[in-house]
Each structure stands twice: as structure tokens, then as C-alpha cells.
Design a protein around this ligand. Structure first.
Ligand SMILES: [Zn+2]
Length: 281
């Protein structure tokens, strides 16, 4: 799933690709992609893309002209973006929308799999749309202060993935940050002492920084089906831990799999698969 590093680097590439050019139109390719009815995307036609930003896992396209118009899009688990020059006329499976820009350029938003959760919003002045309920950015001082002082009883893994608490991290970097911090995926925030919290903060920043550095080496859009081959532990259960060499394990948790190293993170303890044990009962 694209997380902060993928989306930040994608925003930077979009700015370099079509920043300063004119929006010429759009071709809706999916039924559920456009999440707003008003303002109409037609109002964007003829406007210049003046800036591209990111908030959480959303990319924000800013256009000139009055009244203010922004486009926000989200790729969910398996959404991707293709850069096209010249624009294609194809409609690949899972297509959401094709945005057309001057200079014969286009961006196609499409989605692998069957979830159909990728989407885009056209926002007017004062409307933050899906951004309104997001927590602070994961790399912000606001979140750091919260993490140092909160007695939130939820698991850190759950907290990191809850975009209303903290924005930008998903399963992949949550797995890697906990491994880097040598903390159990089942650790609750409340149970962590001050030193562990600082270690966690440092680990989060480090894995995201490294992820962003790597993502900035990518070119074009964000087309590949598999994006996560570079994770340290996420998706790598069954392979050796890069720190200690023991085999990484997986545990099913809240309908997805968490990868971790027992020796590095849980004092050697193999975590119980709760979904499985419920079935066995
Ligand atoms: Zn290890």
C-alpha cells in the first residue's frame, strides 16, 4: 500500500511532470472514483496546476483562479498512477480517472485488485474534504509530543495505522518501525516507558526517511503492482531477520498480517494468532 514515502515522492514527481501546466480535461473511467458532486471537475478546465502537496496518504493538486479549487486523491491499498505522454485512450481494469494536461500529458489513476477504494475529490474554499478528520502528520512535533505523553491503551501498531490519530503510516512502515524500535507488535502505547517511546519515535522517523529516500529514486508515476519489496520485515515472514538472522514470523491481527522478529521484538516469544485460536475454540 502506498504510505507517506510513496505518496510524498509521487507528489514531487507530479509537480515536476505537470506543475505549471494547464488542466485540459478529464475522462471518468470508474463509477465510484469521484467522491464529490460539487464543484464540478469541469471548473478545473483551463486552470493552471500551481502546486502539488501531500497530507497523510493524500496528494493535493492546487489550481489557480477564483474561486479556489483543489483536487485531492487517495490510492487506498492498491491504487496506482501512470504518467502518459501522449495520453492513452485505453481503459485498463480498475481505472478510476484520466486527467489531461497541456503538452500532451496525462495521468491515469487506476487500481489493482477489487477493492475500488481509490478516489478523488474536488474541493472549494474552506472545504478540506477527507483531510478534515486526519490526525497530525506522523513526522510532526505535535505527534511526537502526543506519543511521549499519551496513555492511549491501544496497541502501537493500531495507533500508527489510525489516520485519525496520526497520519501517513500504514501496515508496511508500522511493521518496520516496530521492528526497528525492537518493540512487540502487540505492545500498547500505555505500557511503554519514556526510553521506549523515544526509541519508537526515532524508529518511525528513520524508516520513513529511508523510505522517502528510496522512493525519490523512482521515476514516472507509481505504476508497479508491488511496491513493498524494500521493507525490512513487512511481508517478509519466513525469511531471516536482517538484524539477528532468526526467521521472521507472521501473526494475523485485525484482518491482516503483521511481520515481526521474535528474537528482536518479543523476547523470543511467538505471538498467538488470535484469529486462528478463535476458530479452533
Ligand atoms: Zn531479529
Amino acid at each position: 500500500m502506498p504510505e507517506l514515502p510513496q505518496m510524498q515522492a509521487l507528489a514531487e514527481r507530479i509537480e515536476a511532470w505537470v506543475g505549471g501546466t494547464t488542466f485540459e480535461g478529464y475522462v471518468p473511467l470508474g463509477f465510484s472514483g469521484l467522491k464529490t458532486a460539487v464543484p464540478s471537475p469541469d471548473e478545473l478546465v483551463g486552470r493552471t496546476l500551481t502546486g502539488v502537496g501531500r497530507r497523510a496518504k493524500y496528494v493535493i493538486l492546487e489550481f489557480d483562479g477564483e474561486p479556489e479549487r483543489r483536487v485531492v486523491f487517495h490510492l487506498s491499498q492498491a491504487g496506482r498512477v501512470d504518467f502518459e505522454q501522449p495520453p492513452k485512450k485505453t481503459k485498463p481494469k480498475g481505472s478510476v480517472v484520466r486527467w489531461l494536461f497541456a503538452d500532451d500529458k496525462a495521468m491515469l489513476v487506476r487500481e489493482f485488485g477489487t477493492e475500488r477504494k481509490a478516489g478523488w475529490w474536488v474541493l472549494g474554499p474552506g472545504d478540506d474534504g477527507p483531510l478534515a478528520t486526519l490526525g497530525p502528520e506522523v513526522t510532526s512535533e505535535e505527534f511526537a509530543q502526543w506519543l511521549r505523553t499519551s496513555d492511549d491503551g491501544r496497541r502501537v501498531h493500531t495507533i500508527l495505522r489510525d489516520q485519525h490519530t496520526v497520519a501517513g503510516v500504514g501496515r508496511g512502515y508500522a511493521d518496520d518501525a516496530l521492528h526497528r524500535a525492537k518493540l512487540s507488535p502487540y505492545a500498547s502505547l500505555k505500557s511503554l516507558d519514556a526510553a521506549e517511546r523515544e526509541r519508537l519515535l526515532g524508529a518511525i522517523v528513520a524508516v520513513l526517511d529511508e523510505g522517502l529516500e528510496r522512493e525519490r529514486g523512482r521515476s514516472g508515476g507509481l505504476s508497479e503492482n508491488k511496491l513493498g519489496e524494500h521493507f525490512t520485515v513487512h511481508g517478509r515472514a519466513g525469511t531471516p531477520c536482517p538484524v539477528c538472522g532468526d526467521e521472521l514470523k507472521r501473526v494475523s491481527y485485525e484482518s491482516h498480517e503483521v511481520a515481526y522478529c521474535p528474537r528482536c521484538q518479543t523476547g523470543g516469544k511467538v505471538l498467538a494468532d488470535r484469529r486462528l485460536s478463535r476458530l479452533v475454540k
